[in-house]
Design a protein around this ligand. Structure first.
Ligand code: ADP
Ligand code: GLC
Length: 473
């Protein structure tokens, strides 16, 4: 079976978050299940420089300028790159200019990506035809619309939601520019409160919708989590799945990680913790060293951590945080670092991320919602106890240290609910208690490190789903 995966990011080439990790890891995981994947990405300048690739197709005019399709192989990935200089050849990030503002033509940029995907599935643009197209998030979500409505092709499309909060909105005066028919600008189509929602088009026209954990799939049916599209999700309930993300077990392996003092059992953590304290300028302490590696956004609930911090530091605990995003949160964490037991690095740093996860005693993830989350899985693998909000993939991957779970020897972390500063403070207090009982703590670490967090079962679930969709009448 041959699959075209369409996305705006893909590790190791271009990454702003977990989407890239998943898009980068799935091809190898699916290969083991007999599914071949080629990935279509925007031809950002960095990506073209790294991958180069040979031109296999040309368009004279794709959304306002000439474009070429390049075929390349990088880091074991079979890639198609949409080399469209008028859309992608710019300094800055995948979605925003160097100052941080979104590109004003993001709708056109990613509509073009989806359009190219639909043509790959139609014109044999590259002399290859996929059996199924797998679209990730709003940036790829117009693919089924172009494919099915404009080009009348039956190729099955699987739409995966990594984050429902990004709706891919554009004003209605862009209908023509996006090659969308006015007759589909309706409640049953891609209209959303007077705007175009590219994500909604994906939810309406894809053959099947999946998201990245079973709990988030259930949450999306509810108004609280559905970002205004819960009605659409409800209407497609029969075609909805939740499949957990895995992590790349080679990149995130404490026994072979080149960025740390490698260790096989949690005892090896002590050296990494000492080194991490040095790196972050933290003193020795009695309580647990807690770490955070995260985007700083409302989703991640880190404002709650600012309020709950005294519950940790008053018990001799510490915080080491690496993150970037919302300038107000960046400033607030800088200010919090006036406390000697709080260390903050604003920025994006792969190596430091590994050092934090290896050196920390616990990793904190107080998200208001979390479709899956990857850092709690890294934490489990490294024996770094996750303290997480009871939501989405965090609910599905951590077994909270309740008395029953401790008695049965299966606990791997702590979950708290509701997602408030008070509940987080209570969880941090409980964390400090557990940390004071070396036997219980060692058992938690052992359980965490033994929990499977790879792609195996999920790759099988994707492959089964894809084969079912391909063979559907
Ligand atoms: P999301 O995709 O919502 O940001 P995930 O937990 O799924 O959340 O994935 C986040 C990914 O980005 C992880 O691989 C994490 O290690 C990485 N990451 C986030 N912030 C940073 C940072 N400041 N420096 C390095 N890596 C980061
Ligand atoms: C999104 C979600 C995150 C998920 C990632 C990969 O960025 O916020 O929870 O792990 O996608 O699916």
């Amino acid at each position: 079976m041959q699959v075209l995966s369409v996305a705006s990011e893909c590790a190791p080439l271009v990454k702003t978050g977990g989407l890239a990790d998943v898009v980068g890891a799935l091809p190898e995981a699916l290969a083991a299940e007999g599914v071949g994947v080629r990935t279509l990405l925007p031809g950002y300048p960095d990506v073209i420089t790294k991958a180069k690739g040979k031109v296999v197709h040309k368009w004279q005019d794709l959304f306002g300028g000439p474009a070429r399709l390049r075929e390349a192989k990088v880091a074991g990935l079979d890639l198609y790159l949409l080399d469209a200089p008028h859309l992608f050849d710019r300094e800055g990030g995948p979605y925003s200019a160097p100052g941080g503002l979104d590109w004003p033509d993001n709708a056109e940029r990613f509509a073009a990506l989806s359009y190219a995907a639909a043509m790959l599935g139609d014109e044999h643009a590259a002399g290859w035809e996929p059996d199924l197209i797998h679209c990730h998030d709003w940036q790829a979500a117009l693919t089924p619309y172009y494919l099915k409505v404009l080009r009348h092709r039956p190729t099955p499309v699987l739409m995966t939601i990594h984050n429902m909060a990004f709706l891919g909105l554009a004003p209605p005066d862009r209908l023509d520019a996006l090659q969308l028919r006015e007759t589909d600008f309706t409640r049953d189509g891609f209209e959303f409160w007077g705007q175009i929602s590219m994500l909604k088009a994906g939810l309406v026209w894809a053959d099947h919708i999946s998201t990245v954990s079973p709990t988030y799939a259930a949450e999306l049916l509810r108004e609280e989590f559905g970002a205004g599209l819960h009605g659409v999700i409800q209407s497609r309930r029969a075609d909805l799945s939740g499949i957990l993300n895995g992590i790349d077990e080679d990149v995130w392996n404490p026994a072979t990680d080149p960025h740390i003092q490698a260790y096989k059992t949690a005892k090896g953590k002590a050296r990494n913790r000492a080194k991490l304290r040095k790196i972050m300028g933290l003193p020795e302490a009695e309580g647990p060293l807690c770490v955070v590696v995260s985007r700083l956004s409302h989703q991640k609930g880190l404002d709650l951590l600012l309020d709950a911090l005294p519950a940790l530091t008053s018990r001799g605990g510490q915080l080491a945080l690496l993150g970037s995003g919302d300038p107000a949160l960046e400033r607030a964490f800088h200010a919090a670092a006036a406390d000697l037991n709080v260390a903050v690095r604003i920025g994006y740093d792969e190596v430091l991320a590994h050092q934090l996860i290896a050196g920390g005693d616990a990793i904190l993830i107080p998200s208001r919602f979390e479709p899956c989350g990857l850092t709690q899985l890294y934490g489990l693998r490294y024996g770094t106890i996750p303290v997480v909000a009871l939501t989405g993939g965090l609910a599905d991957t951590v077994i909270t240290a309740s008395p029953a779970a401790l008695a049965r020897g299966v606990a791997t972390g702590l979950q708290f609910h509701p997602v408030t500063a008070d509940a987080l403070a209570l969880a941090l207090d409980r964390l400090c208690n557990l940390f004071q009982s070396p036997d219980i703590w060692a058992q938690l670490q052992k359980n965490a490190m033994a929990q499977p967090v790879g792609w195996g079962p999920s790759a099988r679930a994707y492959a089964d789903l894809m084969k079912r969709l391909m063979n559907a009448p």
